[in-house]
Design a protein around this ligand. Structure first.
Ligand code: FAD
Length: 317
């Protein structure tokens, strides 16, 4: 028996991968039906289509806006217009609701001896807190007016985070994620239809991804890009790795095998986290950091944006 705690994107994906393969699996979530998910809803359409088709969903049906131009702006470089390689926004609320349909929901008793998967995102409700955690504040408005028509990113001074404006059909998400609460004020000039906020985990927690019979996936273990804050596809990827490990390994080998594969896939997030921390503390030019700059390109490309590092080098040195 496998119990999944948390039916956000990673928990849902894992549930259907296991269920469709004949595993005995249940899920549970505590959010209310009409809860508006705090997230920019931006992702890479090509990759999402590939993953969602594995659980028999057509991702294209949920796409709201496709990026044409992507503007990168920042305190330390001039505005640059980049090309999209699949960046889009989608109706995350509808998609998750549809994917949740038919999930067998059973609440988890913490004394349970079965495998418990902690997919509770920022709250790590089953694994518990990690001492090494790093969380940024966020604030996001759903609004029907923005001065930016296409996808817009503004990177804050000292690598503190970024402001975004993403089209969402005939509306927009404008939001900000920052290590400083004071930066949230940037969003307040917009007229909100809805206001959402929650912290986002900006550090990989692969040293504390399991505890006795509990193993974490998704944002619970920090599969969020420390540069872009992209967490949807990385969290699905971690769920896919968990699914493959459950199929392959005995319960006593599972956690270590999973950790190894997670580190193989996402080890570079630790380097990116160090790079961002260095920028934040003004110490950038170490050999380690210079060698990590190539991963910045990788993580931005993964999000669905064609990006070269050279024009942005000043931001990092
Ligand atoms: C403001 C903001 C903007 C973002 N923008 C983007 C973006 O544009 N693109 C992108 O790729 N990523 C973005 N992210 C990150 C992304 O949303 C997450 O990393 C991703 O959704 C994580 O998926 P998950 O399944 O691991 O966790 P979540 O999607 O957070 O799901 C966790 C689930 O667990 C449930 N839960 C919590 N506690 C319990 C409990 N005790 N029992 C049962 N259930 C519980 C919650 O209700 C929730 O449904 C953003 C995040 C924030 C905060």
């Amino acid at each position: 028996m496998i119990r999944i705690g948390g039916l956000g994107i990673s928990g849902l994906y894992l549930y259907w991968r296991l269920k469709n393969d004949g595993f005995d699996v249940t899920g549970t979530d505590k959010k209310k039906d009409n809860f508006y998910i705090p997230c920019g809803y931006a992702t890479n359409e090509k990759l999402m289509q590939e993953y969602m088709s594995r659980i028999n969903f057509d991702f294209h049906e949920y796409v709201l806006s496709r990026a044409d131009n992507v503007i990168f702006s920042g305190n330390n470089f001039q505005d640059r217009t980049l090309n999209s390689s699949g960046l889009c926004t989608f109706d995350k609320n509808k998609m998750e609701k549809d994917v949740r349909e038919g999930v067998e929901q059973v609440s988890i008793n913490s004394m349970e001896k079965s495998l418990i998967v902690d997919a509770t995102g920022i709250s790590r409700s089953f694994l518990g807190r990690s001492q090494n955690d790093v969380q940024y504040y966020t604030l996001e408005y759903l609004t029907d007016e923005s001065e930016y028509d296409d996808f817009y990113f503004y990177f804050l001074k000292y690598g503190k985070g970024y402001f975004w404006s993403f089209p969402l059909g005939d509306k927009y998400h404008v939001g900000i994620g920052s290590i400083s609460k004071e930066d949230l004020v940037r969003v307040r000039k917009y007229k909100p239809i809805k206001i959402t906020s929650r912290n986002i985990r900006m550090i990989p927690l692969f040293d504390s991804l399991n505890k006795s019979n509990i193993i974490g996936i998704g944002e619970a273990i920090g599969t969020v890009s420390p540069i872009t804050g992209e967490g949807i596809i990385p969290s699905i990827k971690s769920a896919e790795i968990m699914y493959q490990c459950i199929k392959t390994y005995d319960p006593q080998e599972l956690a270590e095998a999973y950790r190894e594969r997670i580190i193989k896939e996402f080890g570079y997030y630790s380097k990116l986290h160090q790079l961002v921390s260095s920028i934040q503390s003004g110490k950038i030019l170490s050999i380690n950091n210079i060698s990590s700059i190539k991963y910045v390109k990788q993580t931005v490309n993964d999000f669905g944006i064609k990006f070269e590092i050279l024009p942005f080098l000043k931001h990092f040195i």
